[in-house]
Design a protein around this ligand. Structure first.
Ligand SMILES: Nc1ncnc2c1ncn2[C@@H]1O[C@H](COP(=O)(O)OP(=O)(O)OP(=O)(O)O)[C@@H](O)[C@H]1O
Ligand SMILES: [Mg+2]
Length: 330
């Protein structure tokens, strides 16, 4: 039986402000999402063609309290029913992170609760541990987002070991830069995904970089698109935009899939999982039918995944967390 009494004192409030999403969520210790509120600032940053850190911080400041209130209200939770407050400590934009971290400290301190500082990348992996279809380690995981492209070995839910990373752009960054070159606006991954469905992926042959080991490289691909677009008239670009999107997306997906298969073989991985914003890509999902993908709403930044990761992260007891700082990378 599920009732608010049973839940009392056993809820985790998650807060995420590492980039341009202000998010808060309430999750139970067994990984049920009671609320997952995300306020995206994408429109605000679109006119600049990317996230402007100072603009993001100011907007987080305006949104964090209303988003927190909404997450608690949707979950039918009171501050008194919380067990812990989880928050993204890094990596991300430091000014943006500090807004969430300060809000988390205030809520935790005022209610004498422990605070759980969560690594954002661990958060992306922990999107797989949530109900209704959680998957359990061990698995090989591709984490492909706006800032990272990692192949990781996940042996237990509390951490991971990096097997490969990008030497330059992240996969999501490659999508965003490609979208910009094609005049599709920001953020571009979903726009390329949509447009690619109308195009012929075989009409252009973009290179897939071969780099050492299990690492990735996407900057050459972006340059290849730049040169191709530069040689087209505006009319031609208009006519070929869908073909370019399809061929460009195929090159990124091929690079990711090839590395995933190599890593799976080298590590004798019995299971493969994919997380992060690029895990929302329909061609990638179709190209790895054997893999477990993060549920679509949990691919891009959200706070449910942060609360989920907190279940496997050491909490800092009240009041020892007031001096905790945010970190940009690492
Ligand atoms: N359908 C899609 N196809 C391809 N890329 C997508 C799709 N949907 C979103 N993305 C990409 O996902 C990225 C955003 O993902 P996410 O929110 O996980 O990244 P981030 O938080 O900015 O980066 P990080 O997690 O590395 O700090 C963007 O680059 C966006 O273009
Ligand atoms: Mg992210």
């Amino acid at each position: 039986m599920e009732g608010s009494n049973q839940r009392a004192g056993r809820l985790i409030l998650g807060i995420e402000t590492s980039c341009d999403e202000t998010a808060a969520a309430v999750v139970t210790p067994d990984g049920r999402i009671l609320s997952n509120v995300i306020s995206s600032q994408a429109e605000l940053h679109a006119r600049f063609g990317g996230v402007v850190p100072e603009v993001a911080s100011r907007r987080h400041l305006e949104l964090v309290v209303p988003v927190l209130r909404e997450a608690l209200a949707e979950a039918d939770a009171e501050l008194e029913t919380l067990d812990a407050v989880a928050v993204t400590q890094g990596p991300g934009l430091v000014g943006a992170l500090l807004v969430g971290l300060s809000a988390a400290k205030a809520v935790a301190w005022a209610n004498r609760l422990p605070l759980v500082p969560v690594n954002h990348l661990h958060g992306h992996v922990a999107s797989l541990y949530l109900q209704p279809e959680p998957i359990e380690p061990p698995f090989l995981c591709l984490l492909a987002s706006g800032g990272h492209t990692l192949l990781i070995d996940v042996a237990e839910p509390g951490g991971f070991r990096v097997l490969g990373t990008t030497l330059d752009d992240a996969a999501g960054e490659a999508f965003d830069k490609g979208a910009r070159l094609l005049g599709l606006g920001y953020p571009g991954g979903a726009a390329i995904d949509r447009l690619a469905r109308e195009g012929d992926s075989g009409s252009y042959d973009f290179p897939v970089a071969r780099v050492h080991g299990l690492d990735f490289s996407f900057s050459g691909l972006k340059t290849a698109l730049l040169y191709t677009v530069r040689d087209l008239s505006e009319d031609e670009l208009e006519r070929r935009r869908a073909d370019l999107a399809a061929a460009y997306q195929r090159a990124i997906v091929r690079a990711l899939v090839a590395r995933v298969h190599e890593a799976a073989e080298q590590n004798a991985a019995s299971r493969i999982a994919v997380v992060g914003g690029v895990a929302a890509n329909s061609e990638l999902r179709a190209a790895l039918p054997e893999a477990a993908f993060a549920p679509l709403p949990l691919c891009t930044d959200n706070a449910a995944m942060i609360a989920s990761a907190a279940r496997y992260t050491e909490a800092v007891p009240f009041p020892g967390y007031l001096a905790l700082d945010a970190y940009a990378s690492g």
